[in-house]
Design a protein around this ligand. Structure first.
Ligand SMILES: Cc1ncc(COP(=O)(O)O)c(C=O)c1O
Length: 480
């Protein structure tokens, strides 16, 4: 069994084994003509169930054959131009190379003595991101597993900085279309059930600052304590960007921590054309960025950044065996002092490889392309009488609903849209997402693939219309 351990003696076997796997994946990617096969849970489950994990095959090629059957054939492929569903980007090759390197070397970024250069690379990327945001000379941060963890950590710091004698009094203000991780964080942080105040949005799905001011005022009048305002720099559904400068002004006025959740909109930090859309982010106390959404990085790759490095102390604990207090005096950089995690992947390497091979402008160019594509898609939808489209995109999502000419019952229209999404998924021709707007079912394109064309969008709209009409036709037959 020692032959399976990766070490000096098995370097050649490592090369062969990984190359074999890479070749299978490369062949798969080259041959994928649809984002999904449409496989059902019922069809796939027995194939996985019948595998006896206590009976290994002892042969890499045979295991890769098996993997084709249980995973590769029927996976959902984000690189395909008609994968238009969630916030998953196609990944850039330098980052995938970074992934291969980091898992083989397997550094752990908690302490200097488990990573050495990895720690310094991560710190340099954090500094780079802080500078792109404009957070100032005292800024710092750390890589995390994703936007959810970044938001949690930012709100933990905000909670610790808030002045209160009772957690029950703390309030977080976030727009009604902010990410659900804000509410989840409030719960994990021990805040009360009413801790998150939902601030209404305007027609463009941006937080209404008049309403925010009113809520902050009410909070003070009620003897409650404003803990944080979470401004979203790119909402999950609409890509809408809250008015950051106005929100920053209110946060300064009321002495409240400003967190910007730019999990999605962080791609603008590299943009050559649209950087100004996220202006005001530099006034935040903390920022979430998800490189795995708009920097074309493989999952996971995210960071939380703070204006004042000292606030990261709220996540610091010392263990004699790992990061004893004396190491701080010795100026040994232990990233665990800033992180919610202990053992932690060297995800930063993927971004490092990307910036070193392609440069930030390369990433920005790709992100600009998907923003431009969304603008074109919006024009298509707005001109198409079959569809109602919700907001003009600031980033790269489109939320819309098929409106059949002959049907007025909104519940029936809901059902037609739900059916169309499911039928499209089952066909594997395209994958789209769905959401609710004002209680009604809508469909969503999240456009993160620069290879997607307006022709793809037009084709998928026709496919959706076809499925919806089929549903309505069958529904009429059922009724008669
Ligand atoms: C605005 C926003 N914030 C946070 C998150 C959570 O990020 P993750 O899925 O990386 O935890 C998302 C995910 O879609 C998001 O859109």
């Amino acid at each position: 069994m020692r032959s399976h351990l990766l070490n000096d003696a098995t370097a050649e076997q490592y090369r062969r084994s990984v190359t074999e796997g890479v070749e299978r994946v490369a062949a798969k990617l080259a041959a994928t003509d649809r984002p999904f096969t449409g496989v059902t849970v019922d069809a796939l489950s027995p194939r996985i169930d019948e595998i006896d994990l206590d009976k290994p095959l002892h042969d890499t090629a045979a295991v890769l054959d098996e993997l084709e059957d249980v995973y590769l054939r029927d996976a959902v492929y984000f690189h395909h131009p008609r994968y238009l569903a969630h916030l998953n980007c196609p990944v850039v090759i330098p980052a995938v190379l970074g992934e291969a390197v980091l898992s083989a070397v397997n550094s752990s970024l908690d302490t200097w003595d488990q990573s050495a250069g990895g720690t310094l690379i991560e710190r340099k990327l954090i500094d780079w991101t802080c500078a792109r945001i404009g957070l100032g000379p005292a800024a710092d941060g750390v890589f995390t597993s994703g936007g959810t963890q970044s938001n949690l950590q930012a709100l933990l710091l905000a909670r610790e900085e808030a002045k209160t004698d009772s957690l029950a009094k703390l309030r977080i203000f976030a727009s009604e279309v902010s990410h659900f991780s804000v509410k989840k964080s409030a719960k994990l942080l021990g805040l009360g059930p009413d801790a998150v105040v939902s601030v209404p949005v305007d027609h463009d799905k941006r937080m209404q600052t008049v309403a925010l001011a009113r809520e902050l005022e009410r909070c003070a009048k009620d003897g409650l304590v404003p803990m944080a305002v979470v401004a979203t720099g790119g909402t999950t559904d609409f890509g809408s960007i809250d008015p950051l400068p106005e929100i920053a002004g209110l946060c300064e006025q009321y002495g409240v921590w400003m967190h910007v959740d730019a999990a999605y909109g962080c791609g603008l930090l590299a943009s050559l054309k649209y950087r100004d859309r996220i202006a005001g982010i530099e006034r935040a106390d903390s920022v979430t960025v998800d490189y795995h959404k708009s920097f074309f990085q493989p999952v996971s790759s995210s960071a939380v950044l703070v204006r004042d490095a000292a606030t990261l102390r709220h996540a610091t604990y010392h263990a004699e065996y790992l990061n004893p207090r004396r190491m701080v005096q010795e100026r040994i950089p232990n990233q665990v002092d800033k992180s919610l995690q202990t053992t932690r992947r060297f995800d930063a390497l993927k971004l490092w490889m990307t910036l070193r091979v392609m440069g930030a402008d390369g990433i920005g160019e790709l992100f600009d392309e998907v923003c431009d594509l969304a603008a074109e898609g919006w024009k298509l939808l707005a001109a198409d009488p079959r569809y109602d489209v919700v907001v003009q995109p600031s980033l790269s999502t489109l939320v819309f609903r098929y409106i059949p000419a002959a049907v007025t019952d909104p519940a029936e229209i809901d059902r037609a849209n739900l059916y169309a999404r499911k039928a499209l998924f089952a066909s594997g021709d395209a994958v789209v997402a769905g959401t609710k707007v004002a209680g009604r079912h809508y469909l969503k394109f999240t456009l993160l693939n620069p290879e997607t064309t307006t022709a793809d969008i037009a084709t998928v709209l026709d496919l959706i219309a076809g499925h919806a009409e089929q549903y309505l036709g069958e529904s009429l037959d059922r009724a008669s």
